[in-house]
Design a protein around this ligand. Structure first.
Ligand SMILES: [Zn+2]
Length: 192
């Protein structure tokens, strides 16, 4: 297997900066063997964040920095890495599906609807601007995928977003609630 362009660049930069692989490992917070792999592998060995750290460490700027990152980008993932990537992609897709069917999210949407309808516009959001802490309403709005932070100007649009979310969530929530109760531990132990 031939080295990647990124691997070659990493070796050249390290030598030009008179560094040992051990020192590169320290900068990146990786094992020394990984720092060695970076210079020989045909595949991506480090993630984007670490490639940026390395570029910063070597003080690469402008075109040089762009080329370094492009070289990282064009490295293929190893077959194992590709498998892991697909696994996570699938897993995240399932998770976000599950999230959409979340009765808690439904409850949140209901609460937000009540708060925004009941409270005067100027009392819905209590974000603390002085220390950039978001209020619970704005946090919850973001969680359910609505406009956040709350502003009176967005009030009507937010309410229609909530109504739409409620409609989308309802069938799944009803299905969840219709599921039979799990058998209580006691019933199992004592035979009901
Ligand atoms: Zn707020």
């Amino acid at each position: 297997m031939t080295k990647s362009r990124f691997a070659i660049m990493c070796g050249q930069l390290r030598r030009a900066n008179r560094m040992k692989q051990r020192e590169v490992a320290k900068v990146l917070g990786v094992a020394i063997s990984t720092a060695g792999n970076i210079e020989y592998s045909p595949f991506k060995v480090i993630d984007r964040r670490k490639a940026v750290i390395l570029a910063d460490h070597y003080k690469l700027r402008g075109a040089q920095q762009a080329d370094f990152m492009a070289a990282w980008e064009e490295c293929p993932l190893s077959p194992d890495g590709q498998k892991r990537k697909e696994y996570w992609k699938k897993r995240n897709a399932l998770r976000s599906k599950a999230k959409n069917h979340d009765p808690i999210k439904y409850g949140l949407v209901e609460c937000l609807g009540i708060i925004i309808t009941d409270r005067p516009d100027n009392q819905v959001c209590t974000c603390d601007e002085s220390d950039v802490r978001r209020c619970i309403v704005c946090y919850a709005l973001e969680r359910v995928g609505a406009i956040s932070p709350f502003t009176p100007a967005d009030r009507d649009q937010i309410l229609s977003q909530l109504a739409k979310a409620r409609e989308e969530l309802l069938p799944a929530v009803e299905k969840t609630l219709a599921r039979p109760e799990p058998i209580a531990a006691d019933d199992e132990i004592f035979g009901g």
